[in-house]
Design a protein around this ligand. Structure first.
Ligand SMILES: [Zn+2]
Length: 102
């Protein structure tokens, strides 16, 4: 494991930034969330949500959504909120792959 100055592997050990998708990855489509416990179902336009909440990785964003929607189980340690993304629906939709600017 020597002689290669550009060892990409070293990057992965610490921050796993690339494993979590960001809200900006879904711009051009919708973000679906559902909480079976509360019966909460929401659909957001990703671009609008990005403007309002900023760009967060999806797990982080989920907490913000749950709080914003007033899910009664947010922060409940024994019977926590089960709000999650309807990730299949999010991936089924056509997303604008082109990114404007940099
Ligand atoms: Zn909930």
């Amino acid at each position: 494991m020597s002689g290669f100055p550009q060892a990409k592997v070293a990057k992965l050990s610490n921050g796993q930034r690339h494993s979590s998708p960001y809200l900006s990855d879904f711009v051009g489509g919708k973000v679906f969330t559902v909480c079976p416990k509360c019966g909460l179902q929401r659909r957001y336009d990703a671009a609008t949500l990005l403007e309002r909440a900023g760009d967060h990785c999806l797990p982080d964003l989920l907490k913000r959504i749950a709080m914003a929607e007033g899910c009664p189980r947010v922060g409940d340690k024994d019977d926590g909120c089960t709000l999650h993304y309807d990730i299949e629906r999010m991936h089924q939709q056509p997303l604008a792959q082109s990114r404007n600017g940099a």
